[in-house]
Design a protein around this ligand. Sequence first.
Ligand SMILES: *Cc1c(COP(=O)(O)O)cnc(C)c1O
Length: 448
Amino acid sequence: MTDQHPKGGPHITQERRLLTSIPGPRSLELADRKARAVASGVAVGLPVQVVAAGGGIIVDADGNQLIDLGSGIAVTSVGNSAPRVVDAVSRQLAAFTHTCFMVTPYEGYVALAEKLNELTPGTHEKRSALFNSGAEAVENAVKIARSATGRQGVVVFDHAYHGRTNLTMAMTAKNMPYKTGFGPFASEVYRAPLSYPFRDGGRSGGEAARDAIDQIEKQVGAENLAAVVVEPIQGEGGFIVPAEGFLPALVSWCRANGVVFVADEVQTGFARTGELFACEHEGVVPDLIVTAKGIAGGLPLAAVTGRAEIMDAAHPGGLGGTYGGNPLACAAALAVVETIEAEGLVDRARDIGKTMLERLTALQEKDPRIGEVRGRGAMVAVELVRPGSTEPDADLTRRVAAGASAKGMVVLTCGTYGNVLRFLPPLSMPDHLLDEALDLLAATFQES
Ligand SMILES: *Cc1c(COP(=O)(O)O)cnc(C)c1O
């Protein structure tokens, strides 16, 4: 309901409801104000004015209730305004809001670092450092790797997305909209080919890794290379799951050559893929792991966690920031970890994934425009193509996304070619809403 202070979280009735067209009149009013007040570079996917959210539902100012298949880009995995998060942040809010950890520390930061050290892959001794955004944490992982190796080069991959700051723009592959006009970019960033089974003729992971390593050795040289940075499943690039063996081969090469292997798990981390971290699907133990998005239920927080000897290489005072590891965000993150454990959300992500893969694969069998259904856990996508080919169909992708919005669903697109629909439902999504969303999606495909 939309009174003056609508309550989010589990208070919201878990049903889709359309009272107006989407976006409705109040949402359109906000869109109008937005156009006059907010820089146009900050674009909006679906201009509904959100007043509350929780479970699997987003409520707008016109009283519509939409099914959330995006989680604010894989952020609210535990649900919006999840009860443990609300309690923990409220208690922290009443105690103190900020001191700057580098000025006078507090327990939440240290407790979260302990948790991250314990939960991330590998049993080696670890350290963590906290930041505000995924991009900031990726930048810091590079700083740390350079410090530890005394080398400068950074290898990233085709279709990679690592953020919008200067260094992470250089690391990101896609020109439009992320880079165009924003250069010059940071130097010493090199791009290697990725394993992309749908588009590389199904090369094995080992073969794809050999190609990448060959290119790295010829064009950069291990002796110049501080870090290899890779998303275990690419996010913005199109939910690309590399062929089995690709990541382990890269890790072995890095280890043999003194190169820091950095897993960017900003989108894949915290139960999203049906493991706590996506690296675990192939037993990959990264030297450094970067986390953000799902870490704190929507509060801005990011982390770099990794081998103590690498993390401790940066000199005292070399890492940090005014807000990094803000006490409210740390309280939220600790409550997120508690929620994942208490509610069995790793298993829940697997169940959601099973349902989505089954239903979308059945849809693919009837619709040759769905070139591939892929993903792990509650991180699933369909890549849309012209029937019988791998030629991307971005127009169809836009039409299906628009059709889905009109039916009261929030869906996201992605992919280098703009032809991927991605599904990242909150893990608090009840089954009946997930089923309804998949029914509606099938209907949308028929109409598009
Ligand atoms: C979103 C994302 C980032 C950037 O995170 P921000 O918090 O938006 O700066 C980096 N890497 C990956 C894989 C992401 O999905």
